[in-house]
Design a protein around this ligand. Structure first.
Ligand SMILES: [Fe+2]
Length: 242
């Protein structure tokens, strides 16, 4: 069986709130490989005002970090994308080709504010899908306050072709009770297409491993393995059917 694919991880050093040192980067990747990931996509933040990174900044940091990784079979394959915070500027970059979708360009990772969805979120997702042929991958939906109240707030986005990416840490209480409950509801409703680490430092990896065990317990081996392997792989390869 092929290994797991992590579509959301902050292992690139010295660019945002992710890995602080090159040693951290190597430790995170080694740990995630031990947890079962054969591919780990780096997704540094593109978030104006907080992590003001352009595509060039992110590409340079990725190249620096990657060049410093030890040559080791204990490391997974790596690739680069970005976690795009959906505001006007980042949306413009996504539409104008100045953002960082997943390699091959079939999909892009998008994050919302924690407290409210952007007003034009559905319209932005639609434009991205139709005009750019980029599938929106919504990061950690279970961590957004509007979803805690009612998971059906996600329906217009799903109808527009978005896919939902579970943050594994939500299953083991990393973000509190409400995020855990929302994650359970979304799992039960079959809304997720993939699960990811969203790891920021080496200490996060133990929680990811525990959450993978929890996911198997909750969903059974077949669905758990889908969310960790075939689900993310189909997003990268543009084979999602919705
Ligand atoms: Fe993230």
């Amino acid at each position: 069986m092929r290994g797991y694919v992590d579509l959301h991880c902050h292992w690139v050093a010295d660019i945002d709130d992710g890995a602080r040192t090159l040693a951290d980067s190597a430790a995170m990747l080694t740990g995630l490989h031990e947890a079962g990931f054969d591919v780990v996509v780096a997704t540094p933040h593109m978030r104006p005002g907080l992590f003001d990174n352009s595509r060039a900044d992110i590409e340079a940091a990725f190249a620096r970090t990657r060049a410093a990784l030890p040559a080791s079979p204990a490391l997974p394959a790596v690739a680069l994308a970005s976690e795009h915070y959906l505001d006007d500027l980042v949306f413009e970059r996504l539409m104008g080709g100045a953002a960082l979708p997943y390699p091959a360009g079939h999909a892009a990772l998008i994050e919302f504010p924690a407290d409210m969805f952007p007003l034009r979120a559905s319209a932005c997702f639609y434009e991205l899908r139709v005009k750019r042929r980029i599938r929106p991958v919504l990061a950690h939906p279970e961590r957004y306050r509007p979803v805690w109240k009612d998971i059906t707030v996600l329906d217009p986005l799903l109808d527009g072709g978005a896919v939902l990416l579970l943050d594994l840490g939500s299953l083991v209480g990393k973000y509190g009770r409400q995020a855990r409950r929302a994650a359970h509801e979304l799992l039960e409703a079959g809304c997720y297409h993939a699960a990811c680490s969203d790891a920021h430092r080496p200490g996060d990896v133990a929680q990811v491993a525990a959450a993978i065990r929890k996911l198997h317990e909750l969903e059974g081996p077949e669905e758990a393995e889908f969310l960790l392997g075939e689900g993310p792989r189909s997003i990268l390869e543009g084979r999602v059917e919705t």
